[in-house]
Design a binder for this molecule. Structure first.
Ligand code: GDP
Length: 458
């Protein structure tokens, strides 16, 4: 990489105690020396790697901009594998900008969004799926999403992909060797070996693909709709959830004015609640949003929370909702558990095909059970990160599906007794598709597209 880049690496949205301006490239240390004046009169080009130095940054005229710490890290043990200098300055937006300007004035170029991570990728420190994990770590909305991204960053997904690819490549190599040298290498009965391994690959890819639904949910949240007749306790439930000690609530303006989405982060899972404005502001939710809209919400939702007033028998409004939701993932909340239960046994048994939890929105009891029930419905009760890898990225999911298609083509090729060299075509396609996940087979502009999603300074 020719030029040395610089950017503000901490948030530029607000002032904080300190900010970090980072530089990477072969001239990073030399450039820093032009604007950094050490208190001890030392030059950064003479210090040891991975050391911190106290001094100030001066402008062109020698005026002090700020008192700073300079961290010198020499290649290759750095984020980008290039020489890196970080300047810790005071956190004001103006002062941070001036420090950056001083570095640019001394010869650095402003970095593109994601350019530091792109260099880490291009210099071979991380692969593409790990680079994508960096974005995901930054954007993680909840604890599980964060854990999953960190595990991907650590290379768990890459390892798995490499393992599958190696299995495929071995066969391609063997077949090609045998075709080149049929006298010494035999292909007799070899297809059985291919079939065994392709079955293993199909199983692994399928296993990864299966996690992608939960992966999306983990990363972006569970699209949730709360349904229930008037006075069942929907808005009380919302308020109770929002007050939960472990819940963090954010309002998100929807694309249309009448849809207000609210996000509740509940003990590590994120619920994206649709149209809570309707719940909070109207007496009759289903009626106010209209049955058609309720139907649409129900169809699009990952989870429907059906609030039932258990102190009264079910009525035709409940029936109507039950018919709307019969094929969906539903959690029935038998609300008002503090009052005498008046739902008939018969009705209860009709609700039993859904998962049910007793709660009292008023007394805020049963909410932990609610949280646990949701975890069971979406993550089989637990999310373990020891072995499990979650596919949280749509690009990875699509490539896995394409690899799976090719592997299945290999299988049907074997069934049709196609020749081995024909099988290698589909084997190679699967190999390449999987390679694209980790960036071994990068399409020209793909890396650029991925890195442009980054924030500045990363
Ligand atoms: P919504 O129309 O479904 O949003 O229902 P609300 O949340 O407005 O509640 C309707 C009424 O039921 C209010 O008077 C609430 O105080 C009451 N309510 C809600 N949840 C409970 C509960 O768990 N126990 C009792 N006893 N009353 C509740």
């Amino acid at each position: 990489m020719e030029h040395t880049i610089a950017a503000i690496s901490t948030s530029t949205m607000s002032s904080g105690g300190i900010s970090i301006v980072r530089m990477s490239g072969k001239d990073a240390i030399e450039i820093a020396d032009k604007v950094f004046v050490s208190k001890k009169n030392i030059r950064l080009s003479e210090v040891e790697s991975h050391t911190v130095h106290y001094g100030s940054i001066t402008d062109r005229n020698g005026n002090i901009i700020d008192e700073v710490l300079a961290v010198v890290m020499r290649a290759p043990n750095t984020y980008t594998r290039e020489d890196v200098v970080e300047i810790d300055c005071h956190g004001g937006i103006l002062v941070t900008r001036k420090v950056l300007e001083a570095l640019i004035g001394a010869g650095a170029s402003p970095a593109e969004p994601g350019e530091f991570t792109k260099r880490a990728f291009l210099n071979g420190r991380i692969d593409l799926s790990q680079a994508e994990a960096v974005i995901d770590v930054i954007n993680s909305k909840n604890e599980y999403a964060l854990k999953s991204s960190v595990s991907q960053l650590d290379g768990k997904l890459s390892e798995k992909i490499k393992e599958i690819r190696e299995m495929i490549l071995n066969h391609v190599a063997y077949i090609e060797a045998a075709l080149d040298d049929p006298e010494h290498i035999s292909l007799d009965n070899y297809v059985q070996n291919i079939l065994n391994d392709v079955d293993k690959c199909v199983e692994s890819v399928n296993k990864l693909l299966k996690t992608s639904d939960n992966g999306r949910i983990m990363r972006d949240g569970i699209r949730t709709v709360i349904l229930g007749k008037t006075n069942a306790g929907k808005s009380s439930l919302l308020n109770a959830l929002a007050r939960e000690e472990r819940a963090i609530v954010t309002d998100i303006e929807g694309t249309t004015r009448d849809v207000l989405e609210e996000q509740i982060n509940l003990g590590g899972i994120t619920l994206n609640l649709t149209d809570t404005a309707g719940i909070r502001n109207t007496d009759d939710y289903v009626e106010s949003i209209g049955v058609e809209k309720a139907k649409k919400y129900a169809q699009e939702a990952d989870l429907i929370i059906f609030v039932v007033d258990s102190s009264r028998p079910l009525d035709k409004n409940d029936e109507e909702i039950i018919s709307l939701i019969k094929d969906k993932k539903v959690l029935v909340l038998l609300n008002k558990s503090d009052m005498k239960r008046e739902i008939s046994r018969e009705d209860l048994s009709r609700l039993e095909r859904f998962k049910t939890v007793s709660v009292s929105a008023k007394n805020e009891t049963g909410l932990e059970e609610l949280e646990q029930a949701i975890k069971e419905m979406f993550f089989e009760g637990k999310i373990s990160f020891n072995e499990e890898i979650y596919i949280t990225n749509v690009r990875h999911k699509n490539l896995l599906s394409e690899a799976l298609d090719s592997l299945n083509m290999v299988k049907s090729g074997i069934e049709l007794q196609m020749s081995e060299d024909f099988l290698t075509i589909d084997l190679m396609t699967a190999y390449e598709k999987l390679g694209m996940i980790i960036g071994e087979e990068v399409e020209d502009d793909l890396a650029d597209r991925i890195f442009s999603k980054f924030c500045m300074g990363k």
